[in-house]
Design a protein around this ligand. Structure first.
Ligand SMILES: *Cc1c(COP(=O)(O)O)cnc(C)c1O
Length: 391
């Protein structure tokens, strides 16, 4: 049989993001057993490094086996008991996913429906919680990949904890790309994914669990209704006893370990700054091309740009041409924004000004080919980037 051949792509969609040679080579290292002390030392180190990127001292900080959604599943399965009132902020597809998953566990879900592109204010949160004093859990997405909105969470933990509830935060498109500060922000549980800003392949869901959440778990009336996602069992493998639960995805852990090495080598703050500066430059470039951003600047997510497709331009054809002619992947809209927007990821190793230049050039050519001539965005992009560097 011929060997597997994979085309080269520039991944500038909302995940997966490009993976460096260094991380890919880490994955090609020889396999170790999941009980080998050499492997366990790598796991310990990954846990330590994950604490740094989450901004937490929670001992229970580790990668769940599975993609970001596995982190969601484990969080909900662990925290929810049937009949629990769970308030879920739904300002996009991933908020809706949280609500769907919570309802399947028998939670009484109270949705806070926010129109696409909007944020949930702390006033709306407070009013909802006042109407539902039995609330046990509040779940929210910090960086909504489907809309390109960055949800502010200042003061949320206090409001939630005052009512005896826990705060669960999806940081999938945030972790490694922008400040998370899980402890300072009072997150009780947070989960993420490796293929967005952490710049590793998909397959692990970094997760952190705080003291309040651990108390809740210990007070559960019944075991969590999932064998695989049983946090108590997994914490034994991570703890002193090292009891076998399931085989760790060894090569994926190598990848995450090396991706975290790269982030911490560059410096966490430098990595956040790079994401923000490249994002702001991209926005300037897109706007100079006459394209309209979907989200007002103050709530715009640096890691995913959402931009309106000009009238009469077919989004699928634009994306197909970008892929076929330029080997660039970006994404279209979801839900009410399907067919109306493009989504551009500024994540991990994709968050580089050279990649954004390549994309804007290609996008201009493709729009032209679709009969929609736009000016170049390159000067605006470069000027913004230079100014950002002087700040
Ligand atoms: C990508 C994403 C997820 C789901 O992660 P998977 O790795 O696809 O399972 C969840 N939440 C947000 C905000 C995401 O962007």
């Amino acid at each position: 049989m011929p060997r597997l051949e994979v085309p080269e792509r520039l991944l500038l969609g909302p995940g997966p993001s490009p993976v460096s040679e260094r991380v890919r080579q880490a994955m090609a290292q020889p396999l170790l057993g999941h009980m080998d002390p050499a492997f366990l030392a790598i796991v310990d180190r990954v846990q330590e490094q994950l604490r740094l990127v989450f901004g937490t001292s929670n001992p229970l900080t580790f990668p769940v086996s599975g993609t970001g959604s596995a982190g969601m599943e484990m969080s909900l399965v662990t925290l929810i008991e049937p009949g629990d009132v769970v308030v879920v902020v739904q300002q996009g597809v991933f908020g809706q996913r949280l609500a769907d998953a919570a309802a399947r566990l028998g939670a009484e879900v109270v949705p806070i429906a926010i129109p696409f592109g909007g944020i949930c204010s702390i006033k709306t949160l407070t009013e909802t919680l006042d109407q539902h004093p039995q609330v046990r859990l509040v779940a929210v997405v910090k960086a909504e990949t489907s809309t390109g909105v960055l949800q502010p969470l200042d003061g949320w933990a206090e409001v939630v904890h005052d009512r005896g509830a826990l705060l669960l935060v999806d940081t999938v498109t945030a972790l490694g790309g922008l400040p998370v500060h899980a402890d300072a922000m009072g997150f009780d549980v947070s989960f993420s994914g490796t293929q967005k800003c952490l710049a590793a392949p998909p397959g692990l869901a970094p997760m952190t669990v705080g003291t309040r959440a651990l108390e809740r778990i210990q007070a559960r009336e019944h075991q969590a209704p999932s064998w695989y996602f049983d946090l108590s069992a997994i914490s034994q493998y991570l703890g002193k006893s090292r009891a076998y639960h399931h085989t760790a995805p060894i090569s994926m852990i190598y990848a995450l370990a090396e991706a975290l090495n790269m982030i911490l080598d560059e410096g966490l703050e430098n990595v956040w700054t790079r994401h923000r500066q490249v994002a702001e430059s991209l926005w300037a470039g897109l706007e100079a091309m006459g394209l309209e951003m979907m989200v007002p600047r103050e709530h715009r997510l640096p890691t995913v740009a959402t931009v309106r497709i000009p009238d009469g331009v077919d989004d699928k054809r634009v994306r197909q041409r970008l892929l076929d002619q330029y080997q660039i992947e970006i994404a279209g809209g979801l839900g009410p924004w399907a067919g109306k927007i493009l989504r551009i990821g500024v994540m991990g190793q994709g968050a580089k000004i050279s990649h954004m230049m390549t994309l804007l050039n290609a996008l201009r050519e493709v729009l032209h080919a679709e009969g929609f001539a736009v000016p170049s965005g390159l000067t605006a992009l470069e000027e913004t980037y230079q100014k950002a560097g002087q700040r």
